[in-house]
Design a protein around this ligand. Structure first.
Ligand code: NAD
Length: 364
């Protein structure tokens, strides 16, 4: 943990000098920037409206200065609510002209999954830094194109893995690194929610690129990687579909088993047919259990040493401040495109393993 942000969070977790658990929000993000990061949100749906915009308002180092929306009524509402200037409000027809706007530092793409690649690359072409929501793309091919495109355009690409910025997840990462309980032997991850809305884009492969695995299984894959601190080398998987009329061209429930170079195993499950939010890590000499482990919070958990007495933070505020720190202080982004690409590679391997019934080697 070279990074001072992580060290700050590590100190919180390790010293025992902690804010009491009762859902207390920590004070501001530990690092302040000289000026605020000026953010424009693209795609004003549920996540942008209910989580990211409030997160930007709660952050100490960011401001919401612009929007990109195809719905004129939303433009009117957001302009009033967030005091936006007309010149910073775009639609999808005039979006390219954002290249002429010096008052926006970064665009955050919060569109349906299959639109991420197109709008990340349009943003890069306009010369703007870009953050995209998870999953970063709907294929490995697209993810690689996005990374190369941003690199060639000289802009930075981040992925909205909010958990990497919050302290519970940083404690799981720290335990993998410092080995308080010894080597990691077995990880179990489950993330599922009941989704039966057949009209929603998430239920249509063309827009979502897959079902529960793309949407929430990606948290489990990412957790298996940060809980071990390793990259998996092979996978077996099983897909189950009990209601094909609802989950037409997407997976309903999928289970997988990842093997890691150290010999650690991670078992995962994601589903649209039930609810689950768990992470367990079994070490040589102890264990960790978190539930909920991936939601907006408050996250909760305990280890063999007792309750995880860790500050509760606003995930999106912390994430946005983390991006501000990286972009304005010229540091590496904690969750760059390359982090998203690894998860996409594993997702494709899981799908192939479920389709073929074979153990699939994972190549990065
Ligand atoms: P949503 O359906 O609520 O919002 C999608 C937005 O995209 C809407 O404003 C919609 O009008 C707009 N849009 C533009 N073109 C569209 C089209 N052709 N079809 C459908 N919508 C179109 O979805 P959401 O829940 O806000 O998810 C958006 C993205 O954010 C997804 O990639 C999702 O995975 C991600 N997300 C991340 C988190 C997280 O915790 N990091 C949480 C929720 C969603």
């Amino acid at each position: 943990m070279k990074d001072s942000r992580r060290n700050f969070l590590k100190k919180f977790a390790a010293t025992g000098v902690l804010i009491p658990l009762a859902n207390t929000f920590t004070e501001a993000y530990p690092i302040k920037t000289d000026r605020k990061l000026r953010v424009a949100l693209m795609g004003l749906g549920s996540y942008a409206t209910n989580q990211l915009a409030p997160g930007i308002m709660k952050s100490q180092n960011c401001e919401l200065v612009g929007i990109i929306t195809g719905t004129p009524e939303k433009a009117v509402k957001w302009k009033e609510k967030y005091n936006l200037l007309d010149k910073n409000i775009y639609n999808y027809e005039n979006y390219e002209t954002i290249s002429q706007n010096p008052d926006i530092d970064v665009v955050y793409v919060v569109l349906p999954n299959s639109m991420h690649a197109e709008y990340v690359m349009k943003t890069a072409k306009a010369g703007k830094n870009v953050i995209t929501e998870k999953p970063m793309s709907v294929s490995v091919k697209e993810a690689k194109e996005m990374i190369a495109f941003c690199k060639n355009a000289g802009v930075k690409l981040g992925v909205g893995y909010r958990l990497h910025y919050e302290p519970f997840t940083n404690e799981v990462m720290r335990l993998a690194k410092d080995k308080d309980f010894g080597k990691i032997k077995f990880v179990e991850t489950k993330f599922a929610w009941k989704n039966r809305d057949i009209k929603a884009w998430r239920m249509n492969n063309k827009w979502s690129g897959g079902g529960a695995l793309m949407d929430v299984g990606i948290y489990c894959i990412n957790a298996s990687r940060y809980a071990t601190g390793e990259e998996p080398i092979s996978v077996t998987a099983q897909a189950v579909k009990t209601e094909p009329e609802i989950y037409r061209d997407i997976e309903e429930t999928i289970l997988w088993q990842l093997k890691f170079p150290s010999g650690a195993i991670a078992s995962g499950m994601s589903s649209y047919a039930t609810n689950a939010h768990e992470l367990s890590v079994h070490y040589e000499n102890g264990s960790l259990f978190m539930s909920p482990a991936y939601d907006y919070g408050p996250l909760k958990g305990y280890t063999s040493k007792g309750t995880m007495d860790i500050p509760i933070v606003h995930h999106q505020a912390y994430q946005m401040d983390g991006f501000a720190d990286a972009l304005l202080n010229n540091k590496p982004i904690l969750t760059p495109g390359e982090e998203g690409l690894k998860d996409m590679i594993i997702i494709e391997a899981i799908k192939k393993a479920a389709e073929t019934g074979k153990e699939i080697k994972i190549k990065y």
